[in-house]
Write a protein that binds this ligand. Structure first.
Ligand SMILES: C[S@@+](CC[C@H](N)C(=O)[O-])C[C@H]1O[C@@H](n2cnc3c(N)ncnc32)[C@H](O)[C@@H]1O
Length: 391
């Protein structure tokens, strides 16, 4: 096994959630930065993190990091890095790039200088002048932030939000990684009732079921680095077997997911079936206003309509008003709602206990958090949000 510098990338606002996930997986000495968490691992860590991270976007290998203010510095230092440890003689190595607040801001030139530097290095190692790049892919990214260059190789391939269960998208679906983060930031645990009353394509409830069952979100898909020689079949087999061994049995009670749109419910059911959690979730076609429950200490995690288009704001406001009426009798429940609508608290008629800025794709949203009372007898530790902050 090698000592690898790894990076888990995260959407803005979710870095701390990803860091908590990495800690829970046993990684220490984490460095939390904008949009990413750096940590040390080995080849098995690459397999485990791809399989297990619920709220991260990708797992990258950091090949090198250095300051550069000229293309000459960029070329010389990129040539010094041991690219041959990763890229074989027939490997494909596309270079993508980004540059933020840096002297080297022309990204196409940055990419082409890095590509030339890698070719130069590989020419010496493999004693050839031309690379056909017909083999497996090692996607390289050059990122420059305030003149600090990071050179990484992507191990994930498709982003980690692609779990393999959502083939069709509903109206305004939430990314699986964001949905998982909403749950990890909540006080829900598998002993408590769970409801998403605006479930759409089912993402939040499905992610809750995967969390409650302790199922690795990446179990139903493949990752780019499975095609590489450096990370072996045995390592992947070990990581997958470990993940299979820790899956928990059935929930004490089914999760609830509803939506006013019966087509959305059909879609959500098919996604839950593909995710292997159909038996864990009870789906209903229901207007939120009609929701009633005798259960106590439940948790609502939802992503109601925002009213992003002109004219829809009033419609969204009316739904928040209905939510206020429907949830008023649920005095022991905790409620979490993600929306970009600025009038949410006014329409819902309650000030949130906590607000957190999060992004749904490019839309800036607020995650409104209303904490209900703790059930007596629930262990103190179970009440700590899985990956959230204390109220
Ligand atoms: C932003 S989408 C939710 C997307 C969902 N989180 C996903 O990942 O697919 C909002 C959903 O609220 C539903 N909706 C609108 N009005 C409703 C109401 N009065 N009661 C229940 N659901 C409603 C819509 O049908 C839509 O599916």
């Amino acid at each position: 096994m090698s000592r690898l510098e790894l990076i888990a990338t995260a959407a803005f606002g979710l870095e701390a959630v990803v860091a908590r996930e990495l800690e829970a997986l046993g990684y220490e000495g984490l460095q939390v930065e904008d949009g990413r968490v750096r940590f040390i691992g080995d080849e098995l860590a690459v397999c485990r993190c791809n399989l297990w991270l619920r709220s991260a976007d990708r797992v990258l290998i950091l090949v090198g990091q250095f300051p550069a203010r000229s293309f000459g510095q960029l070329f010389d230092q990129a040539t010094e890095l041991p690219w041959e440890q990763w890229v074989p003689a027939d490997g494909k190595f596309p270079v993508s790039g980004k540059s933020i607040r840096s002297t080297l801001h022309h990204v196409p030139t940055v990419q082409s200088v890095v590509k030339k530097a890698i070719v130069e290095r590989l020419k010496k190692t493999y004693q050839r002048h031309w690379f056909q790049e017909t083999g497996v892919e090692y996607p390289i990214e050059v990122g420059i932030l305030k003149d600090q260059v990071s050179l990484t190789i992507d191990t994930s391939g498709d982003g980690l939000h692609k779990r393999g269960y959502r083939r069709q998208v509903g109206i305004a679906p939430l990314r699986e990684t964001t949905a998982a983060a909403l749950i990890l930031l909540s006080y829900w645990n598998a002993q408590r009732p769970f409801l998403d009353p605006f479930c759409g394509s089912g993402t939040i409830a499905i992610e809750a079921a995967l969390i409650g069952r302790n199922r690795a979100p990446g179990m139903n898909r493949n990752f780019l680095c499975e095609t590489w020689g450096q990370i072996t079949r045995e390592q992947w087999k070990q990581a997958r077997e470990e993940a299979r061994d820790v899956v928990k049995g059935k929930f004490p009670m089914q999760l609830m997911a509803s939506d006013i749109d019966s087509q959305a419910i059909k879609l959500a059911e098919s996604h839950a079936a593909d995710a292997g959690v159909i038996g864990d979730i009870q789906f209903r076609t229901l207007d939120v206003l009609e929701f009633k429950s005798q259960r106590e200490y439940g948790v609502v995690v939802c992503n109601p309509p925002y009213g992003e288009r002109i004219g829809d704001e009033e419609y969204a406001a009316a739904i928040y008003d209905d939510m206020a009426d429907a949830f008023a009798p649920l005095s022991t429940w905790s409620i979490y709602a993600l929306t970009s609508h600025p009038g949410f608290e006014r329409c819902f008629r309650r000030r949130a206990d906590r607000r957190r800025k999060l992004y749904n794709g490019r839309i800036e949203c607020t995650y409104y958090q209303y904490y209900g009372p703790r059930p007596s007898g629930e262990a103190q530790t179970e009440m700590v949000p899985l990956f959230g902050d204390e109220p």
